[in-house]
Design a protein around this ligand. Structure first.
Ligand code: AVJ
Length: 322
């Protein structure tokens, strides 16, 4: 079916964010969204098929097994919007279940044009599905998708893959509240959340044996070299994955192996690193299945149903706006 991409959105300030994150006093950090350039997105696709990283397979298994049950809980005609289109593979199950009863408009919302294009080529051939992509930040795109819906049409928002895990807990809850503010009562949010699991399994998922996650992390420095004319020596930093038990999150860091300084021409700065100092590049929060209904309730939803994978602790949560 026909596809369309709506509106180009202005780039975020990569140079400014890099400068601010590396010059801040104390722990240096870089926003994890910058991990996903074309190389980083391709590396994440590889991560998602690694034996150590069960998250994506668990998510897809749950959607494959339960999509009919999931969509049968939504009675009206449904417009589907997805925050972060990903590769589109998992979404196919939901769209297939829906097209058994209705023609379906699917609005992937994604700031990466390459990811959006990939999703459109993966799903664009489906019968009875029209794709309207929004190259925008999540909430802008969701607002645009919501305003495109017809009367008596409910919105089904997909937020899969435990992307919520990249937000700090407070910010994640605030984000769910902001999504809720765009919804009407009866609209739905399908939220995928990775769950706590034994420490060795958790750490291996973010420090795989063939080094793909290490490459994914180091690519952030390579990207800064490429796009901001910097001189990071990638052999002088090492990938590290730690579990912060107090915060219940995996942290990815890049550890400086020596005292060194790096010039980032595009950000107009030189940054010095002490040996063993780290740059914190990503957090991946883990949840307990029973805390999701409580969070949902605090921000204006009721948890209608929850499906938990038996092989890899991961939950699909169907939240209905009240
Ligand atoms: C795409 C955010 C769900 O946190 O597990 C995978 C990203 N980082 N390996 C995650 C990621 C390192 C992933 N999410």
């Amino acid at each position: 079916m026909a596809t369309a991409v709506v509106a180009q959105y202005s780039r975020s300030n990569f140079a400014g964010d890099v400068r601010a994150g590396l010059l801040r006093p104390g722990q240096k950090e870089l926003p994890s969204k910058y991990l996903y350039d074309e190389v980083g997105s391709a590396l994440f696709e590889v991560i998602s098929v690694l034996p150590e990283y069960g998250l994506t397979r668990a998510d897809e298994r749950l959607l494959r097994r339960h999509s009919v049950d999931i969509v049968s809980r939504l009675k009206s005609h449904v417009l589907v919007a997805e925050l972060g289109s990903g590769s589109g593979r998992k979404t196919r199950w939901i769209l297939e279940a829906l097209t058994r009863r209705q023609r379906t408009t699917y609005c992937p919302i994604e700031i990466s044009p390459t990811a959006l294009a990939r999703c459109e080529s993966e799903l664009g051939q489906m019968e009875c599905v029209s794709i309207v992509g929004f190259e925008r930040p999540y909430l802008d795109g969701l607002l645009a998708a919501a305003s495109a819906r017809r009367e008596n049409e409910r919105l089904l928002v997909l937020f899969l893959g435990s992307t919520i895990g990249n937000f700090d807990r407070d910010a994640g809850e605030r984000f769910l509240a902001e999504v809720r503010a765009i919804l009407y009562p009866g609209d739905a949010l399908l939220l995928g959340t990775d769950l706590e699991k034994p420490l060795p399994q958790l750490v291996a998922a973010y420090d795989d044996s063939i080094g793909v996650t290490s490459a994914f992390n180091l690519n952030l420095l390579a990207r800064i070299n490429r796009e901001l004319d910097a001189d990071f020596d990638l052999t002088a930093f090492r990938h590290e994955a730690r579990y912060n038990a107090g915060e219940r999150r995996i942290e990815m860091h890049l550890r400086s192996l020596q005292d060194q300084s790096v010039t980032i021409a595009g950000s107009g700065c030189t940054v010095s690193f002490e040996k063993d100092e780290t740059i914190w590049t990503e957090s991946s929060y883990k949840y307990r299945a029973d805390e999701i209904p409580a969070i949902a309730q605090r921000v204006g939803y009721r948890c209608d149903a929850q499906w938990v994978d038996s092989e890899w602790p991961f939950a699909e949560n169907l939240l209905i706006a009240v």
